[in-house]
Design a binder for this molecule. Structure first.
Ligand code: HEC
Ligand code: HEC
Ligand code: HEC
Ligand code: HEC
Ligand code: HEC
Length: 400
């Protein structure tokens, strides 16, 4: 009798411990940096933005020359209305610009601005100012390396920065004459430091226009693995190392060739006249996910190295609408079409053509940064880069 009671008691205690463990595991998963400051609020931005000072990018150049040179060509350095004409065009089409209200895009496009508070909370008329040096720093070295935790919010996540001008986070601890480096913020080693800006964003109509952090990757690749690959060359000039993390941030504008290995083509012969082409996306997010983009897959049949047949091209895009019709990111309230290749999807395209031995497919995956009708709507007709077709990956594929 007593031993039965003890057994039951033990089982209850075990179940209890199990539930507690499970619960703490689930909740820890939810926050990007376990043990640091975070907010449970997922609805609105609650904590105020504080003005803050960051060291300039140029301060880092002497000792981190290679990294600086890569960074200077990246979209992070060009994220401002002064250097990115596509961003400028969308801002100038935004109701806040038209109604002379503040530039809230600063949260992610100008995190280093010394007047971030005016942009985000205070001065209703705060606009980008090219004469303000801190705004020209864009998504700067210092601002990225001082993110100490990330708050989750419904509208968009939020970075929380440390208050120390020269304490930077990374994956090692050290003290150079210039600064202190610490490795106690896990966001840098687990690659989640990007999610304060890249996770998701809702527009003025409460519609989520962009989601990068939607999928749980089966592989252990993080944003950093794919977008900041480890390359030869020392990241610190005074401490000779053989490798560094690439700071050019491969993406749709720059260095797209670094990313093409994450999209694989495979052609399978189903019958003498049927082929299945697989486009296998290893990325955790949809391909060409910004709503302004459009990507196209062009497929041809190669016989003895010559094109003998061209299949119909396949266009992939998201079409957004508002009450009046086709809409951009700013006004969209719903999605009416989404043919993007999803995160980790194996997209199968069926093709029909009478095959001979050794036939191959030629597969070309290309894209436009800005598709029609937005080139016109946004007055980007003079911006060559915006409407020029770019090739992401072109390859001959054996049919097996
Ligand atoms: C929560 C962070 C965040 C906020 C706030 C934000 N953006 Fe962005 N924006 C991003 C990120 C991250 C990217 C890169 C995403 C990509 O390339 O798919 C981006 C990219 C863009 C692009 C594409 C630029 C190009 O060169 O192709 C445009 C346009 C843009 N944003 C406009 C705006 C405007 C206008 C605002 C303010 C009304 C704004 N964004 C506010 C994070 C943000
Ligand atoms: C968008 C965020 C971001 C920006 C901007 C950025 N970094 Fe990094 N940096 C990282 C991440 C992530 C790593 C890899 C993990 C780590 O070592 O912290 C890294 C690594 C480093 C490293 C150490 C490892 C190596 O590659 O040798 C140094 C040094 C460094 N960054 C300096 C800089 C400097 C200098 C700049 C500006 C020129 C800069 N970073 C801009 C995110 C950023
Ligand atoms: C006087 C030379 C010097 C200057 C200037 C300098 N650094 Fe460093 N930095 C170093 C040295 C040396 C190391 C390696 C030892 C250490 O970690 O302190 C380093 C390491 C780092 C790391 C460590 C990354 C990791 O993951 O291990 C980061 C981040 C970093 N620096 C960022 C910056 C930023 C941002 C700037 C500009 C605001 C900057 N540094 C300016 C010398 C410098
Ligand atoms: C402070 C906000 C912020 C953080 C943190 C941040 N990004 Fe970005 N990122 C942006 C913005 C804004 C853009 C869009 C710039 C533009 O096109 O005007 C962007 C653009 C990009 C692009 C597109 C480049 C291209 O060629 O189109 C890539 C890739 C990228 N970021 C990767 C990363 C990675 C990886 C990290 C984490 C190590 C990171 N970002 C952290 C704000 C941020
Ligand atoms: C397995 C590799 C892989 C991982 C992991 C990955 N990406 Fe990508 N990413 C790609 C590839 C491939 C592209 C090129 C196609 C494209 O531009 O959409 C890309 C493109 C992008 C772009 C440009 C999209 C556009 O339309 O402008 C941004 C921004 C970006 N990634 C951010 C991120 C962030 C943030 C993470 C982490 C949450 C991440 N990526 C994780 C492979 C990866």
């Amino acid at each position: 009798m007593i031993s039965n009671f003890i057994k039951m008691f033990k089982t209850i205690i075990l179940a209890f411990v199990f539930i507690i463990l499970l619960f703490s595991f689930v909740t820890c998963e939810t926050f990007y940096d376990k043990g640091k400051e975070f907010s449970l609020d997922e609805s609105e931005v609650v904590t105020p933005f504080k003005n803050r000072m960051f060291e300039n990018n140029k301060t880092c150049r002497d000792c981190h020359t290679l990294i600086y040179d890569e960074f200077e060509k990246s979209m992070h350095y060009k994220a401002t209305v002064f250097r990115d004409e596509i961003h400028k065009a969308v801002w100038e089409d935004h109701p806040n610009f038209k109604n002379k209200k503040q530039y809230k895009c600063a949260q992610c496009h100008l995190p280093s601005a010394d007047n971030i508070e005016s942009f985000m909370e205070g001065d209703a008329q705060a606009f980008p100012d090219i004469n303000n040096q801190s705004q020209n720093e864009a998504v700067s070295c210092a601002s990225c390396h001082r993110i100490k935790s990330i708050e989750k919010h419904r509208l968009a996540n939020r970075n929380l920065y440390n208050d120390k001008l020269t304490t930077y986070y990374g994956i090692s601890t050290g003290t150079s004459p210039a600064h202190q480096t610490k490795d106690d913020v896990k966001l840098y080693s687990n690659g989640k430091v990007c999610l304060g800006c890249h996770s998701h964003r809702e527009n003025i109509k409460d519609y989520v226009v962009c989601i990068t952090d939607e999928y749980k990757t089966k592989s252990f690749k993080t944003c950093v693995t794919c977008h900041m690959p480890v390359l030869p060359g020392s990241g610190t000039s005074s401490k000779m190392d053989t490798k560094h993390f690439f700071h050019g941030f491969a993406g749709a504008h720059n260095n797209q060739e670094m990313l093409k290995k994450y999209v694989e083509y495979k052609a399978v012969k189903i019958s003498p006249s049927e082929i299945e082409l697989h486009i296998i996306n290893q990325a955790s997010h949809d391909l060409f996910l910004h709503p302004l983009r459009k990507s196209i897959i062009k497929i041809a049949l190669l016989r003895n190295g010559k094109v003998v047949h061209k299949f119909k091209s396949i266009e992939m895009e998201r079409i957004l609408k508002d009450e009046k019709g086709i809409a951009g990111c700013t006004n969209a309230t719903r999605e009416v079409k989404n043919t993007l290749i999803k995160g980790e999807e194996d997209r199968i395209i069926s093709l029909n053509f009478p095959l001979k031995a050794n036939d191959k497919l030629q597969v070309e995956y290309g894209y436009y940064l800005v598709k029609e009708p937005f080139v016109k709507i946004l007055n980007l007709e003079n911006n060559q880069e915006a409407f020029t077709y770019k090739i992401f990956k072109k390859e001959e594929v054996a049919i097996k």
